[in-house]
Design a protein around this ligand. Structure first.
Ligand SMILES: Cc1cc2nc3c(=O)[nH]c(=O)nc-3n(C[C@H](O)[C@H](O)[C@H](O)COP(=O)(O)OP(=O)(O)OC[C@H]3O[C@@H](n4cnc5c(N)ncnc54)[C@H](O)[C@@H]3O)c2cc1C
Ligand SMILES: NC(=O)c1ccc[n+]([C@@H]2O[C@H](COP(=O)([O-])OP(=O)(O)OC[C@H]3O[C@@H](n4cnc5c(N)ncnc54)[C@H](O)[C@@H]3O)[C@@H](O)[C@H]2O)c1
Length: 480
């Protein structure tokens, strides 16, 4: 029976970071994953393929150039389904190669198979070797569960792998449907709806709630909604799908709760994911999962109810991002092998890779108001920056939220090209306790989109200059 200091179940962002960190600390490490290739959901059906598809869509459609050459501009007149896969296959192969190389360099062993608990320190791994099914038993001093999630499949949706699909299935063989219905306007639904609409596919997006992306600033979301509707996305808020039937052409038809019918060549169901703990036999390790398959952990150490078993990534729930999963996995491995390491749980950035991109860090205006903070906001539009003119970008916007008295930056919210990169300037200023005067006083490269930070900061500064009561003038304004 093989024995290891650390066994990691799942090679997604949490698992792979944990494995490499433990190996760097001199431990013997085994990673078990039931996929033939390393990388987890993130690399094979989630983050990387969806972002690669987005890049393909932007390039082939010429979307980035439309602000300049007009909405009729198309880089390629006839995008075909085959075109979508080329870049995907190359990117995934490259990422797998990098990951395998990292594991080899660090002496991390990898086993393809499905793991389940036999006891708190023992795992059975069911494997297919040639045409044989075998079970290997592995003993581990410490274990990390990084099994991630699988798409939620409610009974009223007849998934068939072709015309009614979840997001994992959809990306395995991406096609360009004549029309698309996306059910569930969470992050996944909004990303795919806008990616396909950028390629001129008629898209209907159905969401039972009356609003979208509630964790983001309303001005940014309102701008996204305006842009989606402007290019013809049929956004049905407050509408839920009762069930899906098939018409005489065998096309799926969504029957909404109010009786309306919405049909399309493809229905993409993106209404949440559940923890992939069903086949782990958690009870044999003395553990349980909640109704959504999630495991509870101590959020500072990532230990489960069994102190030698850790869990990280999507399987522990919010925020369920590749970015945070990586940090959690590393922090768990550090704790397991006696190394100090803090895992950031505030000031986390969010990137929504819709078309256009959205990104956010810190407090939204709505949250600042809810907390009773005296705040001021400043806005810059990308069209006010020279870089924006050069790029033909006229839909981007950056919004800053700051505390009135101190001028301390509380939040940054962006929609537009490069939002997920630009946000890190705001994150750094907030993280270091900086004020808006930092952005007003410092010189930015010119022409850049980053200049929008200065424009928004000046907007705040001007508003505060005009505030009626002198005694309320901000301290930071005196500095400028
Ligand atoms: C369409 C989509 C787009 C996304 N885009 C982004 C994005 O842009 N940015 C971002 O930060 N996040 C994004 N996410 C979220 C991100 O993919 C997840 O947060 C991340 O994958 C979670 O990583 P993880 O380590 O929990 O494991 P996962 O990536 O979920 O991988 C878990 C692995 O464990 C394997 N496994 C499960 N059970 C067992 C078992 N019993 N034995 C062996 N192996 C097992 C699974 O097959 C899988 O390979 C996206 C997700 C989706 C679905
Ligand atoms: N860019 C990113 O960081 C990124 C991208 C994609 C996914 N993710 C992560 O992946 C996870 C899963 O994303 P998701 O979008 O599937 O889930 P989600 O839970 O964020 O959104 C699901 C949406 O579907 C709606 N919904 C729920 N039940 C429904 C029903 N029966 N019919 C129709 N709609 C219904 C919900 O109201 C919600 O808006 C999230 O945690 C997300 O953070 C992150």
């Amino acid at each position: 029976m093989a024995q290891f200091d650390f066994v990691v179940i799942g090679s997604g962002p949490a698992g792979r970071r944990a494995a490499i960190q433990a190996a760097k600390l001199g431990q013997s490490v085994l990673v078990i994953d039931d996929r033939k290739k390393l990388g987890g959901v993130s690399l094979h059906t989630g983050t990387i393929p969806s972002k690669t598809l987005r890049e393909t869509a932007l390039n082939l459609s010429g979307w980035r150039e439309r602000g300049f050459y007009g909405q009729g501009y198309r880089a390629r007149q006839d995008i075909r389904s085959e075109d979508l896969a080329v870049r995907l296959d190359k990117t995934i192969a490259h990422e797998v190669d990098v990951l395998e190389h990292q594991f080899t360099r660090n002496g991390v062993k990898h086993l393809v198979g499905r793991a389940r608990f036999e006891s708190p320190h023992r795992l059975a791994v069911d494997r297919e070797v040639g045409d044989q099914r075998i079970t290997e038993i592995i003993e581990a001093e410490k274990i990390l569960i990084g099994v991630g999630t699988t798409p939620y499949h409610p009974d009223n949706i007849p998934f068939n792998g072709t015309s009614v699909v979840d997001s994992d299935r959809f990306i395995l063989s991406p096609r360009l449907p004549r029309s698309l219905v996306v059910v569930g306007a969470g992050v996944i639904g909004i990303e795919y709806a806008t990616i396909f609409s950028a390629m001129d596919v008629p898209v209907t997006l159905i969401e039972p709630r009356d609003s979208l992306l509630d964790f983001m600033d309303r001005d940014i979301v309102d701008h996204l909604v305006y842009l989606m509707r402007d290019r013809g996305v049929d956004l049905r808020l407050g509408a839920s799908v009762r069930h899906v039937v098939f018409n005489e052409r065998d096309e799926p038809v969504c029957v909404l709760a109010d009786g309306r019918l919405v049909s399309a060549e493809t229905v993409l169901f993106t209404a949440g994911r559940i923890g992939a703990t069903g086949s782990l036999d958690l009870a044999k390790a003395g553990l349980t999962a909640d109704a959504r398959g999630r495991i509870e952990v101590d959020r500072s150490t990532f230990q489960t109810a069994q102190p030698h078993i850790y869990a990280a990534g999507d399987v522990i729930g919010f925020p369920s991002l590749a970015s945070t999963s990586m940090e959690q996995g590393r922090a768990a491995a550090c704790h397991a092998f006696g190394k100090d390491c803090a895992c950031a749980d505030s000031n986390l950035p969010y990137g929504v890779y819709a078309v256009p991109e959205l990104s956010s860090v810190g407090l939204t205006e709505q949250e600042a108001r809810r907390r009773g903070i005296a705040y001021e906001c400043g806005i810059a539009r990308f069209r006010e920056t020279s870089r924006g003119h050069i790029m033909g970008s006229h839909c981007g916007m950056l919004k800053l939220v700051c505390e009135q008295g101190s001028g301390k930056l509380l939040g940054a919210h962006i929609i537009g090209e490069g939002a997920s990169e630009l946000i890190h300037i705001g994150q750094a200023v907030i993280g270091l306790g900086g004020t808006v005067s930092y952005l007003v006083d410092n010189c930015f490269n010119y022409p850049t989109l980053a200049e929008a930070y200065k424009i928004a900061a000046l907007d705040i500064w001007n508003r505060l200059q005009h505030s009626a009561v002198d005694s309320l003038q901000p301290q930071f304004a005196k500095v400028c």
